[in-house]
Design a protein around this ligand. Sequence first.
Ligand code: MG
Length: 159
Amino acid sequence: MDIRLGNGFDVHRFEPGDHVRLCGVSVPHSHGLNGHSDADVGMHAITDAIYGALGAGDIGQHFPPSDPQWKGAESHIFLRHACELARERGFAIGNVDCTLICERPKIGPHQDAMKTCLAQIIGLAADRISVKATTSERLGFTGREEGIAALATATLVKV
Ligand code: MG
């Protein structure tokens, strides 16, 4: 069996605003997230995990931040591209696991909506997708609420 594992990591800093986009869901918050695209840190980590499993570089190579056409882009465009690349190369996505690291906003109330959104974009059953969250015990930049970090893993299986 040809099984590939990839990981992804991303960080976006807070800026003035009233919501953050996380795993495709708009979550009300006292700040927004700064980024060239919609700054969906969770979706970026998942996208990089899939590229990583394929050995296909990273999100910045496929969608350069220097290219104005991606300014304000919705991050599902990036994730759909990674999933399409996997299919083109003969792989099915087995599962995706994403951890959001922040003190606030609270992720729990939005977890199911995030899973549903990711399932639809990736084309995967919701029970093969995990979105979970942790704090960093008030330590470091996430602890000081300067931004949000996300970690993701994806498995790809040759079909
Ligand atoms: Mg990013």
